[in-house]
Design a protein around this ligand. Structure first.
Ligand code: IMP
Ligand code: MG
Length: 186
């Protein structure tokens, strides 16, 4: 039988309207903070940021470029294990650019620590982080986040770009999955 994604949802944590209101507020803040700067580059971390990127980019009024990197954490299931790998790097130089990393969620902090250190070594004019979600209780390494959409509890969440096993990214809200969906791989 075809899979119905809705059947796997235990509860909706953040609904569509709440997401859009918050993204609008962050975009306005970014417009204000970067008012003196040209050369703004929104750098999305794929795959999870693709929906957030599309929404925030359309709500930011200042001129900006977008680009993407694909970063993969070692490990499978719902836990990453601290190892990070660049699967697709930038083609362009970021020297002199104001780079704003767009991320779906900061969990342990390993992915963004690795990525920030790498990008900082390439001499951008500035480097800041914007994440839709953050799970502060799970942090293993500190991450300096300038823009956070929502702090969420220590639950595995899906939707709005975030996946479990590559599914659920297209749900238009942030949801908590039923424990039965995880099977034994948690
Ligand atoms: P970190 O390196 O532990 O901070 O993990 C960051 C990455 O793990 C995110 O970019 C997500 O791809 C993934 N991740 C962490 N928590 C969740 C979650 O609750 N749902 C879906 N993906 C998650
Ligand atoms: Mg993921």
């Amino acid at each position: 039988m075809p899979k119905n994604l809705q059947n796997d949802i235990a509860s909706i944590l953040i609904d569509e309207a709440t997401l859009q209101d918050r993204i609008q507020a962050i975009a306005a803040q970014i417009d204000a903070d970067y008012a003196e700067h040209d050369e703004l580059l929104l750098l999305g971390v794929l795959k999870g940021s693709y929906i957030f990127m599309a929404d925030i980019s359309r709500k930011i009024k200042r001129p900006h470029e977008i680009d993407f990197m694909i970063v993969s954490s070692y490990g499978s299931g719902t836990k990453s294990h601290g190892g990070v790998r660049i699967v697709k790097d930038l083609k362009q130089s970021i020297v002199g650019k104001h780079v704003l990393i767009i991320e779906d969620i900061v969990d342990s902090g390993h992915t963004l620590t690795y990525l920030s250190d790498l990008l900082q070594s390439r001499s951008p004019a500035s480097l800041k982080i914007c994440t839709l979600l953050s799970k502060p209780s799970r942090r293993e390494v500190p991450v300096d986040i300038t823009y956070t959409g929502f702090e969420v509890p220590d639950e595995f969440v899906v939707g709005f770009g975030l996946d479990f096993d590559e599914l659920y990214r297209n749900l238009p809200y942030i949801a908590i999955l039923k424990p039965s969906v995880f099977g034994t791989d948690t």
